[in-house]
Design a protein around this ligand. Structure first.
Ligand code: GTP
Ligand code: MG
Length: 273
C-alpha cells in the first residue's frame, strides 16, 4: 500500500573542492581572498611566500561546500614551490591589475605554466576559471579597459569580473558565481561548456578586435598594405564591417572596433585619388 506521508527530501551531499589563485606578484590575489573570507583589506604589501593555505565553508543552493584555497605566490622565484599545487583543482582565480599591462599580458603564460605542470594527460576543460580585473578603484592608472579584459576571458570560456579588494566591489558576486559554476560543473559530471560553445562570438571576431586595437595606423587597421587602392580599402572595409557590425557581433569591444574601422576607411579614402 502506498503511504500518503510525503517523502523526506534527502539533504544534498556536501562537497569538497580545491581552488587556487594565479597571477603576477602584487596584483592582489591574497587581498581578494582576504576581503571575501575576512571582510578586510590590508594596504601594506606582504608578499606570499610560496603558498598560503586556508579552508572555508560556503553554502551553494542546498549544498555545503568545503573549499580548500591555495593562494599562490606570483613571483617567478617561487615557481618550484607552487608547481606541485596545480593538480586536482576545480577552480582557478586568475588575477591581473588593471593598471599593469604586464600582469594582463602574463595571463597566457600563467595558463601555460598550469598546463605544463598538469602534463599531457591533464585536462583544463573541467576547471572553472574566473578572471579578476583587480584594483578598479585606481581608475586614474587604468590601462586595460573592461572590454579588452572581458574579450580575453570570454573568448576562452572563462568568467570575468571587475573587482577591488580595497573597496570590496565585485568580490562577493565574483565568489558566488565562481562557486556556483564549480558546483554546476561537479553536478554535470565535471564537464564545462567548451569555449567555442559558451562564447557567443567567434575566435575570428575576437582576434580581429584585438588586431584592430593594436593597429598603429589606418592601413594596418583595415589589414591592407600602405598605399593600397580605393578598391582594396573598400573591399577590406566591407569584410570587416560584416564581421564586426554591432547587429551581428556581440563580442566585447566590437562597437568600438567597428567605429574605428569606419573612421580608418574615411581617413584613407580622403587621401586616395
Ligand atoms: P604575491 O603574493 O606577491 O603574488 O602578491 P598578491 O597578488 O597576493 O598581492 P597582494 O594581495 O599581496 O596585494 C599587493 C598590493 O596591492 C598590496 O599593497 C595591496 O594592498 C594592494 N591591493 C590589492 N588589491 C587592491 C585593490 O583592489 N586596490 C588597491 N588600490 N590596492 C590593492
Ligand atoms: Mg599573495
Amino acid at each position: 500500500m502506498e503511504s500518503n506521508v510525503p517523502k523526506r527530501k534527502e539533504p544534498a551531499k556536501s562537497l569538497r573542492i580545491k581552488v587556487i589563485s594565479m597571477g603576477n606578484a602584487e596584483v592582489g590575489k591574497s587581498c581578494i581572498i582576504k576581503r571575501y573570507c575576512e571582510k578586510r583589506f590590508v594596504s601594506k604589501y606582504l608578499a606570499t611566500i610560496g603558498i598560503d593555505y586556508g579552508v572555508t565553508k560556503v553554502q551553494v543552493r542546498d549544498r555545503e561546500i568545503k573549499v580548500n584555497i591555495f593562494d599562490m605566490a606570483g613571483h617567478p622565484f617561487f615557481f618550484e614551490v607552487r608547481n606541485e599545487f596545480y593538480k586536482d583543482t576545480q577552480g582557478v582565480i586568475l588575477v591581473y591589475d588593471v593598471g599593469q599591462k604586464d600582469s594582463f599580458d602574463a595571463l597566457d603564460s600563467w595558463l601555460a605554466e598550469m598546463k605544463q605542470e598538469l602534463g599531457p594527460h591533464g585536462n583544463m576543460d573541467n576547471i572553472v576559471f574566473v578572471v579578476c580585473a583587480n584594483k578598479i578603484d585606481c581608475s586614474k592608472h587604468r590601462c586595460i579597459d573592461e572590454s579588452e579584459g572581458r574579450l580575453w576571458a570570454e573568448s576562452k570560456g572563462f568568467l570575468y569580473f571587475e573587482t577591488s579588494a580595497q573597496t570590496g566591489e565585485g568580490i562577493n558576486e565574483m565568489f558566488q558565481t565562481f562557486y556556483l559554476s564549480i558546483v554546476d560543473l561537479c553536478e554535470n559530471g565535471g564537464k564545462r561548456p567548451t569555449a567555442s560553445s559558451s562564447a557567443s562570438f567567434t575566435k575570428e571576431q575576437a582576434d580581429t578586435i584585438r588586431r584592430i586595437r593594436n593597429s598603429k595606423d589606418s592601413w594596418e587597421m583595415l589589414g591592407v598594405r600602405p598605399g593600397a587602392s580605393r578598391e582594396e580599402v573598400n573591399k577590406a572595409y566591407r569584410k570587416l564591417a560584416v564581421l564586426l557590425h554591432p547587429d551581428k557581433c556581440v563580442a566585447p569591444g566590437s562597437e568600438d572596433a567597428f567605429k574605428a574601422v569606419v573612421n580608418a576607411r574615411t581617413a584613407l579614402l580622403k587621401n586616395i585619388k
